[in-house]
Design a protein around this ligand. Structure first.
Ligand SMILES: *Cc1c(COP(=O)(O)O)cnc(C)c1O
Length: 368
C-alpha cells in the first residue's frame, strides 16, 4: 500500500512500439520521451521503447537531452526544441543532434561545435504550416541544408516538419502541409540522398502512410494513449500507466453533511464517504470536483466534494464493504472496470497528454 503511486507497464510500452513499427515497415521509429516520458518516467520508457523496436530517441529540451544522452550513449538522440546559447552547449555535450531553422542559429551551433571539437549533427526544420518553430520558406530550408552540408563543423543529418492536424482525420490541412513538405524533402533528398526525412507524429502514423518517410517521431502512442482521444485498444495499443492510492478513512455522513472546501457537495441521503489521500498536489486536477469516478473493490464510485491539494473524497453509498486500506484506482484497471486517461481528459475538456504529463513529481513511478 502506498499513498499514491504511478505503476508503469514497460511491457506495454515495448508492445506499443512493436505495434507502431508494424505500421511503419521500413521507416525507423523514434521514441519521444520528452516531459519525463509524458509523465511515465523517461529512462524506463526509453529502454522499453528500444526493446520494442525504436531505434532513436527524441526530447524537447537540453536538460532532457543531458539525462537521456548520458544513459543511452549509443542511441541517436534528437533535441527538437528551441535552445538558448547555453543550452546549445549542454545539448552538444550530451551527444544529441539539434534542430536548426535560421542561419544565425546555424552559425552559433557551428561555432559551439568547433569549440567542443566535434561536428554537430543537424536536422533542418521546415514550418510547413504548424506556425511555430521551423523555417516557413521552402527555398530557405534547402539553403540551410546546403549550408550545413558545406560546413566542416556540421553534419546534415535530417530535414523535417511537424503536423498541426494529424489527429483530425477529416482535415484537408494535413494534406496541404504534407504536399508542401514533400516538395522540400524531394529537393533535399536529390542533393543529399543519405539525409533522414521525417514528419509523422503518432496520429500521422495511423492516418496516412505517405507521412512515414524515413522515420516517425512517436510519443503519445508508445504510452498506449490514443492520439485521436478515442479507445487506444481499438488501435492495438495498451495503456501503460495506472495511478493508484488507497482509502485512508471511511466515515458515516448524515443527510446534509458536507465534504471538502466550500461545501461543494453535501449528502442527500445518509451515506458513507471514503477519504483518499491524494489531490491536485499529485496532479488530480481541481476541475474534477464532483466530476470524476474512481475504482474501489472493482466498482466505480463518484468523486464528491472539492479536490484539495492532498485529499479527495468519494461517495461509497449507504451500504458499503469498503474499509480503510482498500486500494483505489484513479487511472487503470481494477477487477472488470477500467478508467482511462482519455475519460479524465474528456471530463476536463483537455487531451490525454495533459493528464499523464500532469501527474506531479510527488507521485513515485514504479514498474507495474
Ligand atoms: C511531442 C512531439 C512529437 C510526438 O508527438 P505525439 O503526438 O505524442 O506522437 C513529435 N514531434 C514533435 C516536434 C513533438 O514536439
Amino acid at each position: 500500500m502506498e499513498r499514491a503511486v504511478a505503476r508503469i507497464d514497460f511491457d506495454a510500452v515495448a508492445a506499443n512500439c512493436a505495434r507502431l513499427k508494424a505500421e511503419l515497415g521500413e521507416a525507423e521509429l523514434c521514441a519521444v520521451v520528452k516531459a519525463d516520458g509524458y509523465g511515465h518516467g523517461a529512462d524506463g520508457c526509453a529502454e522499453a521503447a528500444l526493446a520494442g523496436g525504436a531505434t532513436r530517441l527524441a526530447v524537447a529540451t537540453a536538460v532532457e537531452a543531458a539525462q537521456i544522452g548520458r544513459r543511452f550513449q549509443h542511441i541517436p538522440l534528437l533535441t527538437m526544441g528551441a535552445l538558448t546559447e547555453a543550452e546549445v552547449d549542454v545539448t552538444l555535450s550530451a551527444g544529441s543532434e539539434l534542430t536548426v531553422w535560421r542561419e544565425d542559429f546555424r552559425r552559433l551551433v557551428a561555432a559551439r561545435a568547433r569549440a567542443q571539437g566535434r561536428p554537430a549533427r543537424i536536422h533542418v526544420k521546415h514550418d510547413s504550416g504548424m506556425g511555430r518553430l521551423g523555417n516557413p520558406d521552402p527555398e530557405g530550408v534547402v539553403e540551410l541544408a546546403r549550408a550545413c552540408a558545406a560546413d566542416p563543423d556540421l553534419e546534415l543529418a535530417g530535414v523535417w516538419t511537424h503536423f498541426a492536424t494529424a489527429d483530425e482525420p477529416e482535415s484537408g490541412y494535413f494534406d496541404e502541409q504534407l504536399g508542401r513538405f514533400e516538395t522540400v524533402a524531394a529537393t533535399v533528398r536529390s542533393e543529399f540522398p543519405e539525409v533522414t526525412v521525417h514528419a509523422a507524429n503518432s496520429a500521422a502514423v495511423f492516418l496516412d502512410s505517405r507521412s512515414h518517410f524515413d522515420m516517425a517521431r512517436c510519443g503519445v502512442a508508445i504510452y498506449g494513449l490514443d492520439p485521436f482521444q478515442g479507445d487506444p485498444v481499438d488501435r492495438g495499443l495498451r495503456p501503460a500507466l495506472s495511478l493508484r492510492s488507497y482509502v485512508a478513512d471511511v466515515k458515516h455522513f448524515r443527510v446534509g453533511a458536507s465534504a471538502g472546501y466550500g461545501q461543494r457537495w453535501a449528502a442527500a441521503i445518509e451515506t458513507w464517504v471514503g477519504v483518499i489521500p491524494l489531490g491536485y498536489g499529485d496532479g488530480i486536477r481541481r476541475g474534477l470536483t464532483n466530476n470524476a469516478e474512481v475504482l474501489v473493490r472493482g466498482h466505480r464510485r463518484p468523486l464528491v466534494g472539492t479536490v484539495s491539494m492532498d485529499n479527495v473524497t468519494i461517495d461509497l453509498g449507504p451500504e458499503t464493504q469498503v474499509r480503510p486500506g482498500d486500494e483505489v484506482v484513479l487511472i487503470g484497471v481494477q477487477g472488470e472496470e477500467e478508467i482511462r486517461a482519455e475519460e479524465l481528459a474528456a471530463r476536463l475538456g483537455t487531451i490525454n497528454y495533459e493528464i499523464t504529463c500532469g501527474i506531479s513529481a510527488r507521485v513515485p513511478r514504479r514498474p507495474a
